[in-house]
Structures are given as structure tokens and as C-alpha cells.
Design a protein around this ligand. Structure first.
Ligand SMILES: O=C(O)c1ccccc1NCC(=O)[C@H](O)[C@H](O)COP(=O)(O)O
Length: 256
């Protein structure tokens, strides 16, 4: 599936056109998450996605602006927007609309495989982009991260296995490391993956635990494993009252 997503992305990039630049105020993802970790025990990146390969349609008629504002009002420290069209029913227009509507940092979640997507991300007003170790060779990922930083974007570098992490650390030391609890080949999620990798993450890096977080116990488990922030999609995008749910989830960091 991951291969299919990336192949489709490369195919679509043949028709790539740069959008015009948005005039928006930048916000630092790392600073927002570090501040929240200090205040609440854990920071939260709340995700907007209409659909996913693992779950199908989650929220077809989602009003992304309304949802982003509800996340922010509930205490989300940052918002992630899935901009992939074919597999997640997202678009760069979603990110543009969200960035205009909120004052927390906005992360572009997509399958970034080409330098042009970095300039695109900067133009649409993203504050940060996701770089996925399983689809980029370590040297290429390092180059892409440096290119992103040069145009003012922060990077969240995602790994799933210890091997991926070790190969990456041999050439590059990211300050924000996302441990994806979802195996992108089988789609199975296990929050224990954050614990399994956390000892191998350099002590000066900041761990964001991603995927499969549904309740306060999951939050407690990843916080105990060393995550300073979490990224939650499905649980929040399909929630009727995220303004109430977000504080309840965050309280999980204080459990145990
Ligand atoms: O969500 C999927 O099915 C998926 C499949 C293949 C590649 C990426 C995928 N998701 C992107 C994400 O990283 C998640 O949306 C994110 O970590 C939130 O996960 P969740 O809280 O479990 O919705």
C-alpha cells in the first residue's frame, strides 16, 4: 500500500504546478509542543483527515475550518492536515484554509518525495512538514530536511522501526522524531512501538508518538515511554465533541 501511495504521488507530480504564496504568520511546532509538554505533561497535534487507507472514509463532509477551530478551542497545540488526495481525500486547499483560521502551528502531512513539494509547502503556509523514513533514503531525507529548514519549515521525521531509526541517526540527528505506532505495511497499530524505540532516540530529540492513540490509557502509555507529544487522527476526527475530548485525553499524561 505504501508503495502504491508513493507511486501515485510520483505520477501526480508530473502535473505539478506551484501555488501562489500565502501571506501568513509562522508559528513554531517545536516551541508549541515543548511549551505544552512542560505545562500539561504532553503536547497534542490533532489531525484532520477525511479518509485513510486503513479505515476508509472517516468524515467525508468534514468542514475542515470548523474542525480545526474546535481542535484549537479544545487545547490542541498544533494541527496536522492530510493533504494527499487519492488516499486521504485531502488537498492543499484544506491546509490553506486551516492555516488562515487558526493561530497554532500547522503540520503538512503528505508523502513528500520531491523537492518541489517543499517549496509548495512553504507557499501554502505550512509551518512544518512530515518526512517519512520508510519512503526516503537517509541521505535524501537529510537533504530534504535541510532544504525545508532553509525555506523556514520545521520537520517532523517519522520512523516506525529501530532499523529505520538507526540508519537515519547514522547520517542525521532530527530534533523532532515521530514514532509511528502504525505499521504502514499491515496497518496494525501498537502504542508499545513508542516504548520499543524510545531508548534509541537521542536524549536531546523530542519524541512525538503517532497513530493508534484512542484513550487516556494510550496517552499514559506513550507519555510513560518518553513521548513529549502525540499525534491523534481517527479518534478526534470522528469525535462529536473534540473540545471536551481533547482535555480528557491530555489528562492521560498525568495517569500512572
Ligand atoms: O492512516 C492510515 O491508514 C495510513 C496508511 C498508510 C500511510 C499513512 C497512514 N496514516 C497517516 C498517519 O500517519 C496517521 O493519519 C496519523 O499518524 C494518525 O493516526 P490515527 O490517530 O491512528 O488516525
Amino acid at each position: 500500500m505504501l508503495e502504491k501511495i508513493v507511486d501515485r504521488k510520483k505520477e501526480d507530480l508530473k502535473f505539478f504546478q506551484l501555488p501562489r504564496r500565502e501571506e501568513v504568520k509562522p508559528h513554531s511546532l517545536k516551541q508549541a509542543l515543548a511549551f505544552a509538554a512542560n505545562r500539561d505533561g504532553i503536547g497534542l497535534i490533532a489531525e484532520i483527515k477525511r479518509a485513510s487507507p486503513s479505515k476508509g472514509v472517516l468524515a467525508e463532509d468534514l468542514d475542515v475550518v470548523e474542525r480545526a477551530k474546535a481542535y484549537e478551542a479544545g487545547g490542541a497545540d498544533a494541527i496536522s492536515v492530510l493533504t494527499d488526495g487519492p488516499y486521504f481525500q485531502g488537498s492543499i486547499m484544506d491546509l490553506i484554509a486551516v492555516k488562515r483560521a487558526v493561530s497554532v502551528p500547522v503540520l503538512r502531512k503528505d508523502f513528500i518525495v520531491d523537492e518541489r513539494q517543499i517549496e509548495e509547502s512553504a507557499r501554502i503556509g505550512a509551518d512544518a512538514i512530515l518526512l517519512i523514513a520508510s519512503i526516503l533514503e537517509p541521505d535524501h531525507l537529510k537533504d530534504m530536511a535541510e532544504m525545508a529548514h532553509a525555506v523556514g519549515l520545521e520537520t517532523l521525521v517519522e520512523v516506525h522501526t529501530k532499523d529505520e531509526l538507526e540508519q537515519l541517526l547514522a547520517v542525521y540527528d532530527p530534533s523532532l522524531i515521530g514514532v509511528n505506532n502504525r505499521n504502514l505495511k499491515t496497518f496494525a497499530t501498537d502504542t508499545g512501538q513508542t516504548r520499543a524505540l524510545s531508548d534509541s532516540v537521542p536524549s536531546d530529540s523530542f519524541i512525538v508518538s503517532e497513530s493508534g492513540i484512542h484513550n487516556a490509557e494510550d496517552v499514559a502509555s506513550v507519555a510513560k515511554a518518553g513521548a513529549k507529544a502525540m499525534l491523534i487522527g481517527e479518534r478526534l476526527v470522528s469525535d462529536g465533541d473534540p473540545e471536551k475530548t481533547i482535555p480528557d485525553l491530555k489528562k492521560g499524561a498525568l495517569l500512572g
